[in-house]
Design a binder for this molecule. Structure first.
Ligand SMILES: O=C(CO)COP(=O)(O)O
Length: 253
């Protein structure tokens, strides 16, 4: 059985005092069975060392991006070697905010994913359609193109270190969640793609998590869906609701 995966994407939120308070009052009080649920939180880069030094051992640390380049003369970037060097296991790549505001194309996301995996980082690879894509019936085509660009770069074995995050852009930060059926439909499509494009092992073992206005109220219904293996949580990961979301996952395994 696939272990649930719950990611907290803190985005560009929190002063250091707010991050410290979140760790002390929420994250370090999370109680869950780590054999059934894997939890990772992604602070801004600057807060990572403090978080690493102060977080409970069951919760892993992730970063929200890595450079398309390796170390070198690339002002303002942070490379996979530097993330790996600090012992950070996870990176979120291809988030729709990176695609939308920083021009990350499918091709860039594929290359970044390859670079991260080549440096032994594990990747939460985000895919998802915009509202206009959904309304014009293009949801699966858009997601397929996003997945195909990642596939182009990876070996079959590298998929063992990928979690696919389905995040419909229209549901991110909007309070509009995909219904459990809408989420399941896309997750089943992604699972089918994994089977036909990568193989039976990837189909069975790859976690496909959902993100987009996940709250303590909708988590339980979403997690019951057959192909949904956890969440990538934004706003609700910045408060005590995260405790309930992790508990919802724990209680259903
Ligand atoms: O983008 C997200 C997680 O990566 C989801 O954000 P919200 O949970 O705030 O909608």
């Amino acid at each position: 059985m696939r272990r649930y995966f719950i990611g907290g994407n803190w985005k560009c939120n929190n002063t250091i005092a707010q991050t410290q308070s979140l760790i002390n009052s929420v994250i370090n009080k999370l109680a869950f069975d780590a054999t059934k649920v894997e939890v990772a939180v992604a602070p801004i880069f600057l807060h990572v060392p403090w978080v690493q030094a102060n977080i409970q051992k069951n919760v892993q640390v992730a970063v929200q991006n890595t450079s398309l380049t390796k170390m070198g003369a690339y002002t303002g970037e942070i490379s996979v070697e530097q993330v790996k060097d600090l012992g950070i296991p996870w990176v979120i790549l291809g988030h729709s905010e990176r695609r939308q505001y920083y021009g990350e194309t499918n091709e860039i996301v594929g290359k970044k994913t390859r670079l991260a995996l080549d440096h032994q980082l594990k990747v939460m690879a985000c895919v998802g359609e915009k509202l206009a894509d959904r309304e014009s019936g293009q949801t699966t085509q858009v997601i397929q193109a996003q997945l195909d660009s990642i596939k182009k770069e990876l070996t079959t074995e590298q998929w063992a270190n990928v979690v696919v995050a389905y995040e419909p852009v229209w549901a991110i930060g909007t309070g509009k969640t995909a219904s459990p059926e809408q989420a399941q439909d896309v997750h089943a499509f992604i699972r089918g793609w994994l089977k036909s494009q990568i193989g039976a092992q990837a189909e069975q073992q790859t976690r496909i998590i959902y993100g987009g206005s996940v709250t303590e109220k909708n988590a339980l219904d979403l997690i019951k869906q057959k192909d949904l293996d956890g969440f990538l949580v934004g706003g609700a990961a910045l408060k005590s609701a995260f405790t309930d979301i992790v508990a919802a996952a724990s209680s259903s395994r």
